[in-house]
Design a protein around this ligand. Structure first.
Ligand code: ZN
Length: 323
């Protein structure tokens, strides 16, 4: 039994119209599902991904305008890395980001890969990383970005912790990750790269020691949790059992309709999830029309009128290029 790498990542936005504008128009992702936070139906839950939101390609957002700004530090995910297919693509992205006025410092080598660091309009820290053409998601042909340059999904998450020891033990001894390398951060600290399953792009957790003493919090511009892939319900249940046996406080299995989930906190405080690859986002919508209307799981469908009335309509902000 092995995890298949990253499944999705969920972050926080305070401005869904700006969020849709940036992630669809500038980054060229497809809005594959517009639904609500199942635990807080007054908030949108927006899912972006490849052509049909394959597992491993999804970046999702809770719309929490009153959450306050995130404070990055120990117990948070500080950077989300997304994959692009080649060095040429990375050069194309450097120009595109500049054209849209997105600040970045060009292409740099980090952890042995070429990458570009930048932030979304709410300060969400992102990175585009060349994945060497490894198999990944399939960019949507209807996107604003040519498919051969398109983002192929998640590459890695940077998990910041005060003491890497216990998190590292959970990753290797319980979750089956392997130590795949190390690199130096700008402040001189050493980041450790772990990977799982097939390894490489889409399977990495970078453990980053963080000692600045800030009281970190998750809010707008930050990441709420990261999910890892498991192929089916049998292995999902077995993961739950394995975590419980290892003394990890893990939730019961929750039916999220598009996948099934369990949640637990790693010892450093970051919320982890393990999610099944299926049923997927095309299970309740025609793949041609994903994300165009508000989708609700069957158990919320009878409350649709009330839920819709409680949501502010989204009108994607038009992203301007500098001329
Ligand atoms: Zn999740």
């Amino acid at each position: 039994m092995e995890l298949g790498g990253l499944h999705h990542l969920t972050a926080v936005t305070g401005n869904p119209s700006l969020n849709v504008g940036f992630y669809t128009e500038v980054l060229g992702l497809r809005l594959v599902k517009k639904t609500v936070n199942q635990d807080d139906v007054g908030a949108y839950h927006l899912f972006y991904g490849d052509e049909i939101g394959h597992p491993g390609t999804e970046v999702t957002f809770f719309d929490w305008p009153f959450a306050g700004r995130t404070v990055r530090g120990p117990g948070t995910i500080t950077t989300t890395s997304l994959r692009v297919p080649s060095r040429d693509a990375l050069e194309w992205w450097a120009k595109r980001l500049s054209d849209f006025g997105v600040a970045h410092e060009g292409i740099a080598e980090r952890a042995g890969r070429a990458s570009i660091s930048f932030a979304d309009p709410e300060g969400q820290r992102l990175e585009l990383v060349e994945d060497g053409g490894a198999p990944g998601g399939t960019p949507w042909i209807g996107a604003t970005v040519p498919a051969e340059m398109g983002i192929k999904g998640l590459h890695a998450v940077h998990v910041a912790v005060t003491d890497p020891g216990p998190t590292s033990t959970l990753l290797t001894d319980v979750l089956g990750f392997r130590k795949a390398g190390t690199y130096r951060l700008a402040d001189g600290a050493e980041a450790v790269v772990f990977d799982v399953g097939a390894g490489g792009p889409g399977t990495e957790v970078h453990l980053v020691p963080h000692h600045n003493g800030v009281r970190s919090r998750v809010g707008i511009g930050g990441v709420h949790h990261v999910a890892f892939r498991t192929p089916n319900d049998e292995e999902h249940a077995a993961w739950r059992e394995k975590l419980a046996e290892a003394g990890v406080a893990v939730t019961g299995i929750i039916n999220r309709f598009y996948f099934h989930s369990i949640y637990f906190r790693e010892p450093g405080g970051v919320l982890f999830e393990i999610a099944t690859d299926g049923p997927g986002f095309a299970s309740d919508e025609n793949p041609e029309h994903l994300g165009e209307r508000l989708s609700l799981p069957p158990f919320l469908e009878d409350r649709r009128a009330r839920i819709e009335a409680g949501l502010k309509p989204i009108s994607p902000v038009k992203m301007a290029t500098r001329t």
